[in-house]
Design a protein around this ligand. Structure first.
Ligand SMILES: [Zn+2]
Length: 423
């Protein structure tokens, strides 16, 4: 006896399916099978849900991207007049490129190289697609030798200008750059727009049509759902951590939120913006995260370039810039917990102890709970001077013994480190 399975044809996909594959409905407590199959029904629901989210996105201006430049602190600017180099314009400034050897980029896209005490303009070359580029030495970790080394790379001028002078809201997808009036020789920062492939094509088409495109029109395209990356959904922009941090990428499979990079990132945001953390760690209260890193996927690009897989490293914000309170690609470095501890200046004044029997000061250094005695001195001034000297020498020595085991930017910062002891 054959058991005939009752089937029905789905009115959406047109497939003939067993009855239990159809969407069930209940009417007056009685079960019915509808004429839509379960998967078509779910797909339809998902679409409606997505459409609603997009409606909310379109209404909410805080989720849109706006033009924003990076603030360049004056301490980072190299004064070029003393080297006989004249600026293109009075607003041209050169800033150090942390990951490249002795290289500086200007907001007009020119590169300077330091040779000893001299600075020279770097000769430009051209990429296959006609962009201006430079041959520079980039500090990269070599997993075979387990050393940081400088490797020669060709790098486009606009990528360096964007990196230093413009807030880039989607670093992993913005592999293209629109130059004002389609002039790829012009790398002035105010004329550059980092965009993804779809946005670039849309901008270019609009430009070819009208022979002109305004900044407002460019940002209309950038914020248009049509030209977002394939996996983009409005959920990417939802400020899910401390009302500040957003994922920036679709994480339907939970791959991101289970990664080390994510934990590191969420931790950083919470240190800066979560009141509960400030209750027991008040020294994090003045700290902030740069705008680019509000986006997890941006942080991840940096993390992947700076992290060494298999090593346990700390995110340090004090080493490259003393007294810094901003987490950003320009101020952070990943180093061992040991090195990170050396630069903690909190509680350093406790390293000088006034003895009760007269004017005698005991000086020591503490590292990861270990005490190193420095000596006994007759005045507080002398005690401070010796502590400063000892610690600076200690850091220089540590730098030399860590050379190539840490990124070059960390090594350079350690050699130039100045110890300051608060009263
Ligand atoms: Zn169906």
């Amino acid at each position: 006896m054959s058991t005939e399975v009752e089937t029905r044809i789905c009115k959406v996909c047109g497939e003939e399916l067993p009855l239990e594959k159809m969407k069930k409905t209940y009417k007056y407590g009685k079960k019915y099978y509808s004429h839509i199959c379960k998967s078509c029904y779910n797909e339809d629901r998902r679409k409606k849900h997505e459409e609603n989210k997009i409606k909310l996105y379109l209404k909410d201006d805080s989720l849109k991207i706006h033009r924003k430049y990076k603030e360049v602190s004056s301490v980072k600017i190299l004064s070029i007049e003393q080297f006989g180099i004249s600026p293109i314009n009075e607003d041209e400034v050169f800033v150090k490129l942390l990951d490249y050897k002795n290289a500086y980029i200007s907001n007009y896209g020119r590169v300077l190289i330091r040779y000893g005490k001299k600075y020279c303009l770097k000769r430009k070359t051209y990429s296959a697609d006609g962009d201006i580029e430079y041959q520079l030495y980039k500090n990269i970790y070599n997993y075979d030798t387990e050393r940081w080394e400088f490797r020669k790379v060709a790098v486009k001028a606009w990528t360096l200008v964007v990196q230093e002078f413009i807030v880039n809201y989607d670093i992993s997808n913005n592999k293209y750059c629109w130059h004002k009036d389609d002039d790829v020789m012009d790398n002035y920062y105010k004329h550059l727009f980092p965009v993804n492939k779809y946005q670039y094509i849309a901008i270019k088409n609009k430009y070819l049509e009208d022979r002109n495109i305004s900044e407002k029109q460019i940002f209309e395209i950038i914020n248009d759902v049509k030209y977002k990356p394939e996996d983009w959904t409005p959920t990417c922009m939802k400020k899910s951590i401390c009302n500040i941090g957003y994922l920036g990428t679709n994480d339907a499979d939970g791959y991101c939120v289970n990664s080390n990079a994510y934990r590191r990132w969420a931790n950083m945001i919470q240190r800066c913006y979560y009141d509960k953390v400030h209750e027991y760690k008040p020294y994090y209260e003045p700290c902030t995260v740069c705008e680019e890193w509000h986006n997890f996927s941006n942080f991840k690009v940096w993390y992947d370039e700076n992290n060494i897989e298999g090593k346990k490293l700390d995110l340090d914000k004090d080493l490259l810039e003393q007294g810094n309170s901003v987490y950003s690609p320009d101020t952070c470095v990943l180093v061992s917990h040991y090195i990170n501890t050396v630069f903690e200046t909190r509680g350093m004044k406790n390293n000088i102890v006034k003895k009760s029997d007269g004017n005698i000061y005991e000086v020591f250094m503490s590292l990861l709970g270990k005490r190193i005695d420095i000596g006994i001195f007759n005045s507080e001034v002398e005690a401070k001077k010796e502590l400063k000297k000892y610690k600076e020498d200690y850091i220089k020595q540590l730098a030399r013994s860590s050379k190539n085991k840490i990124p070059d930017k960390a090594y350079q910062a350690m050699l130039n480190w100045k110890v300051e002891i608060a009263d």
